[in-house]
Design a protein around this ligand. Structure first.
Ligand code: MLT
Length: 395
């Protein structure tokens, strides 16, 4: 037999697993040290009351013969897809119900969508970027080219006429830098993809953090996106579903490559390999779109945004350059004193007990940078900000 040797080309472990392992070793050696985790973007607020109520009600339904649900439609229940259609319509985006696919996480769908594309395609990935885009393509053995996201271009690389790519990943607001593309900038990417027959894989997981009016929440707010873009979004960051698992992927009917409709291909793929998100979880997700659900969701996002502002204020006081935190829960800071990302990770862990994410873990261009998340507990974030300032002072 032949094994998939492409796995040899991956780094030893996934970025956030590496961090978790390093922290576990450190806590074993220093059991007295309080650790504040601002590394992985995991939420800390509990599910909102309307979501919990919906879960309870759905569990009751599952316990009665008359209202029990077995297998659901693999692409999601109508009640949730219709709520999503109304959510998109608020921004003038009209979606058909069969263009929405409910899933168990944007990360899974971002990896799984690659089933639709030949291994010979060239992939364009911004650098630094969410490591899943790179790792999933390395696993498949695809050629990857990088678009440098630097301080000079505001961490928002634009299309280059001399770069030919078939699959293009965009994440806006961006993980890890927090940078967000304007409407005009996204239009340039959509035009580029349509001209070349490329497909944009647009990750909108952080759309609910957008505050700038000029930043689209969905790629479909941009003209022509329905013929070149697939969009991934999630309830994880918006409504605290990191442990509950629910997401959605939009594959427009108008998206055709070769003689194949990508929507039909994705449906075929999902119905073959996937049995859908649990009924109770989809009921919980639908509750996010009720009036009460929206109110609670906005309050949670404000809470996380306030945390990001606390971190930003500490960096201002320490005289450290950073960006993000405005349309995003992430702060992307320059490591002080020209330190490398992993060295600053160790320094911050040892001198402050604060865990962040080394920028280098998101790509070569991330070296010298460091990401902190606003998803922590408010009290602990204030403490971490104080300790961060002290840890920088002792450098
Ligand atoms: C992150 O910290 O980058 C995210 O939490 C990872 C994810 O959403 O999978």
């Amino acid at each position: 037999m032949k094994i998939n040797e492409n796995y040899k080309n991956l780094s030893e472990s996934y970025l956030f697993s590496t961090i978790a392992k390093k922290v576990a070793v450190y806590t074993q050696q220093h059991p007295e040290q309080e650790i504040i985790r601002l590394g992985i973007g995991d939420v800390t607020l509990p599910l909102a009351a309307p979501v919990v109520d919906a879960l309870h009600a759905a569990v009751e339904e599952m316990g009665k013969k008359e209202t029990f649900h077995g297998y659901g439609p693999e692409q999601g229940y109508g009640f949730l897809k219709q709520a999503l259609m109304r959510y998109y319509a608020r921004r003038g985006v009209v979606l058909a119900e069969n263009e929405i696919f409910v899933g168990d996480g944007a990360k899974s769908d971002i990896g799984n969508i690659l089933d639709l594309f030949d291994v010979d395609n060239t992939v364009l990935v911004p650098d630094p970027v969410y490591p899943v885009y790179v790792d999933t393509n390395v696993m498949a053995g695809r050629r990857i080219v990088y678009a440098a996201a630097t301080r000079e271009n505001g961490f928002l690389p634009m299309p280059q006429a001399d770069v030919q790519a078939d699959l293009i990943y965009l994440c806006s607001p961006n993980n890890p830098t927090g940078a967000a593309y304007s409407r005009d900038q996204l239009q340039a990417w959509v035009d580029y993809a349509n001209e070349r027959g490329a497909v944009l894989l647009f990750d909108a997981a952080y759309e609910s953090f957008i505050t700038d009016g000029d930043v689209p929440h969905s790629i479909y707010e941009v003209n022509g996106a329905e013929t070149c873009a697939i969009e991934f979004c999630s309830f994880s960051k918006t409504a605290g579903f990191t442990g509950t698992r629910c997401s959605y992927t939009v594959v427009p009917q108008a998206l055709v490559r070769g003689s194949l409709h990508l929507n039909a291909m994705w449906l075929r793929r999902q119905t073959t390999k996937y049995n859908g998100v649990p009924y109770i979880v989809q009921r919980a997700a639908a509750a996010v779109f009720t009036e009460e659900g929206q109110k609670a969701t906005r309050a949670a996002i404000d809470y996380y945004r306030a945390n990001a502002a606390v971190i930003a204020a500490a960096l201002d006081e320490a005289g450290i350059w950073y960006c993000g935190g405005k349309n995003s829960p992430y702060i992307w800071m320059q490591c002080p004193g020209g330190m490398k990302s992993w060295d600053f990770f160790d320094h911050l862990l040892e001198h402050a007990g604060v865990v962040g994410t080394p920028g280098a873990g998101f790509g070569a261009q991330g070296e010298g940078y460091f990401r902190l998340t606003g998803f922590g507990d408010a009290e602990k974030t204030r403490l971490a900000a104080q300790k961060l300032k002290e840890a920088v002072r002792v450098l």
